[in-house]
Design a protein around this ligand. Structure first.
Ligand SMILES: [Mg+2]
Length: 198
């Protein structure tokens, strides 16, 4: 099987780390549970300048490497690889974050997964003028049997795969999202994901 896994808030607790950062940088207290929108500028109520500063600070190697793993992620992924499945991490992080992201994976026992940066969210949602190492054209040539994703904004990247099973990682910002089809299932943790994929 081929498995697509998103990085932030699937493999690791990015929003929790951003909540800490926003408190440190701007004194704003917005706990993870209150991160209601996938748009972090809106969730943390930041102006454009603050948002840009936060995104830059949040994407330094130190910040990226310090993000905690979501419990059970690497153990589950390694069990799939041991069984011969192919796992690709498809992240919306820009390629400027590639090396630190690769290092994070290696440090968490995920040396064997592939990592790709795909422009999932467009410029407005991310660091300006970012570059990505996976072209859309090449992404659409890839085939997946399962996808693990937390962001409703990324669901459009699954439209071309009618048999794909999408496991939506349950997060505060996707509670209201309508799941686009029967192939979608909300999952509360990696234990549940493992029980579905096998
Ligand atoms: Mg994510």
């Amino acid at each position: 099987m081929n498995i697509y896994i998103d990085f932030d808030d699937c493999l690791c607790e990015t929003a929790r780390s951003f909540s800490d950062l926003v408190e440190k940088m701007f004194g704003k207290i917005v706990p993870y549970e209150q991160v209601q929108f996938f748009n972090l500028q809106k969730s943390y109520d930041l102006n454009d300048e603050q948002y840009e500063k936060m995104m830059l600070a949040g994407h330094t190697p130190e910040a990226l490497l310090s993000i905690e793993e979501t419990p059970g992620a690497s153990e589950t992924i390694n069990s799939w690889i041991d069984e011969g499945h192919d796992v690709s991490i498809i992240t919306g992080r820009p390629s400027s974050a590639f090396d630190a992201s690769r290092k994070w994976l290696d440090q968490h026992g995920l040396e064997r997964v592939k990592l790709y940066c795909l422009n999932k969210y467009g410029r407005d949602n991310f660091i300006k003028n970012s570059e990505f190492n996976l072209e859309l054209e090449d992404y659409y040539k890839m085939h997946f049997d399962y996808a693990i994703e937390d962001s409703p904004l990324a669901f459009k990247f699954f439209d071309h795969l009618p048999d794909l099973k999408v496991l939506v990682f349950d997060r505060p910002w996707n509670q209201e999202a309508e799941l686009p089809g029967d192939g979608y299932k909300r999952c509360t943790d990696w234990k549940m994901i493992k029980s579905i994929v096998g």
